[in-house]
Ligand binder design. Structure first.
Ligand SMILES: C[S@@+](CC[C@H](N)C(=O)[O-])C[C@H]1O[C@@H](n2cnc3c(N)ncnc32)[C@H](O)[C@@H]1O
Length: 247
């Protein structure tokens, strides 16, 4: 996708700052999209004293801020963003404006293109999540493999595969296609075949998310053959359609 110039903040009628809502879904937004991640983290904390958490495509970092408010020193949180404007300074400003404490502010790394090798060492995170972001990632098969690489042995990842709006046409409903020569393979059935991957439906929505445990090496055996920038068709669309062939 192209790096669009999304507005970040506006001035409200009473002079208050209005922050772009779509980049601050927080834990409430996550519930509908990727389930109750706070509960998943609580479970992980039963087995480990302190855990490291990564959100890919964190926006303002609201979900990480809320998690830090709940779990404090027991979690270390990092978020990534793609565009350089969505940086640490912005997250600091957002966090303090929203009443969070300085100690709750996540570390934010910018210019992270999650369609490439992720800039972290293997086994670096116990919990990785991604919401409202995967449709922008230009190699989602590599991304899933990379998330597996970054997970610790007991780690867990929760990834929203894409989102869809009611006014999006059927062609948009699956932005992650897999083909075997002339035959299309259902992406959800395909991913489900990997023993470390479970597919769940996002609550009250048309789309799905993936819950993944760590395996030693994950090879989804997919080759990226085409990328269709759907944002070039309409401003109302988000991200890209990816077409994979079986290797
Ligand atoms: C709609 S925002 C979602 C923000 C946050 N997760 C939330 O739900 O509030 C989309 C996020 O995707 C990130 N993003 C866009 N393209 C990306 C790419 N190619 N690789 C990684 N992240 C990307 C943006 O930086 C932004 O943080």
């Amino acid at each position: 996708m192209t790096k669009k110039n999304y507005w970040i903040k506006k001035k409200g009628k009473k002079g208050e700052i209005i922050w772009r809502k779509g980049r601050a879904q927080g834990l409430e937004g996550a519930k509908g999209r990727i389930g109750n991640i706070s509960e998943q983290i609580k479970e992980l904390l039963k087995k480990k004293k302190k855990i490291k958490i990564l959100e890919v495509g964190t926006g303002f970092g609201r979900a990480l801020l809320e998690l830090k408010q709940i779990y404090g020193e027991r979690i270390e949180v990092t978020g990534t963003n793609y565009e350089k404007e969505w940086n640490q300074k912005l997250t600091n400003e957002y966090s303090l404006d929203q009443g969070f404490q300085k100690r709750e502010i996540p570390k934010v790394i910018t210019n992270v293109d999650a369609g490439k090798k992720l800039p972290f060492k293997k086994d670096a995170f116990d919990f990785i999540f991604c919401q409202a972001t995967m449709q922008y990632i230009l190699d989602r098969s590599l991304f899933i493999e990379e998330v597996n690489r970054l997970l610790t042995k007991e780690g867990l990842a929760v990834l929203e595969l894409q989102e869809i709006r009611k006014d999006h046409p059927p062609e948009y409903y699956n932005l992650f296609e897999i083909w075997n020569d002339t035959k299309q393979i259902n992406v959800l059935s395909y991913l489900k075949k990997f023993k470390n991957i479970k597919i769940k439906k996002s609550r009250g929505r048309y789309w799905h998310y993936l819950i993944m445990k760590k395996v030693k090496k994950l090879d989804l055996k997919l080759k990226l053959n085409a990328v269709i920038d759907v944002e070039a068709i309409s401003e109302k669309f988000w991200g890209s359609k990816l077409v994979y062939m079986l290797k």
